[in-house]
Ligand binder design. Sequence first.
Ligand SMILES: [Zn+2]
Ligand SMILES: [Zn+2]
Length: 260
Amino acid sequence: MRITTLASSSSGNCALLSHGGTHILIDAGISLKRIRAALNRLGLSPGDISAVLVTHLHGDHISGLPRLAGNTNARIYATRETIDSVAVNMPAGTELEIIAPGMEFYVRDTAVQAFGTSHDAAGSVGFVVASETRKFALVTDLGIVTQEVLSAVRGADAAVIEANHDPVMLRDGIYPAAVKQRIASDRGHLSNAACGELARQLTESGARTLILAHLSPGNNTPELAIGEVGAALSRAGAVVGGDVRLSAAPLHEVGDTYEI
Ligand SMILES: [Zn+2]
Ligand SMILES: [Zn+2]
């Protein structure tokens, strides 16, 4: 199983998961042009994508979806609330599949499970993707890590996890008070410290590859995020760079490909 983030920040999200000849995109929050260029760099084109899994209806996850849908035969999986928000913009004939938290389905021979997330978007979910021997989780856009999230991601070999903000940068930053409050709330985004706690639980259940994601350009830096999450892992006895690979997904560019 191979994981590559194509873009990951509050301004646009898209990740590629490949297993054998099955290629799955998670979210399409960047333009078709950027998705195509990123896929080309990896030797793929939109026509090679079997499925697009959509986490939720915010623009940084769906802005490129309608044009992508018109340029691929991929089936699009999203919750009813997300589909309702994009359906009007989708080209005729798009294959839309309604999913719900807790639901399991297959993309060819790859199992996918959606789980609910605590976020200020109706019907928001994260995903676990599993082959016979490997399990991957994508956990972004959530204000708190609930039991539902933890039980879904337990045992993942690798995960893309949200490290959205440093609370001090957020507090001192330029955002209006209401936006700051939203980001820091239980239905907002995970701080570096909350991400560290999630990372600890993941490594304790076997994760060896953690990719920090959805960093806020104004309220975080890769160095701060890696520093804080790395410290949490070290305190728990993990050897970062040894038994655990820890990295931050580039905000606006294609990241490294991680084989698990
Ligand atoms: Zn987002
Ligand atoms: Zn969101």
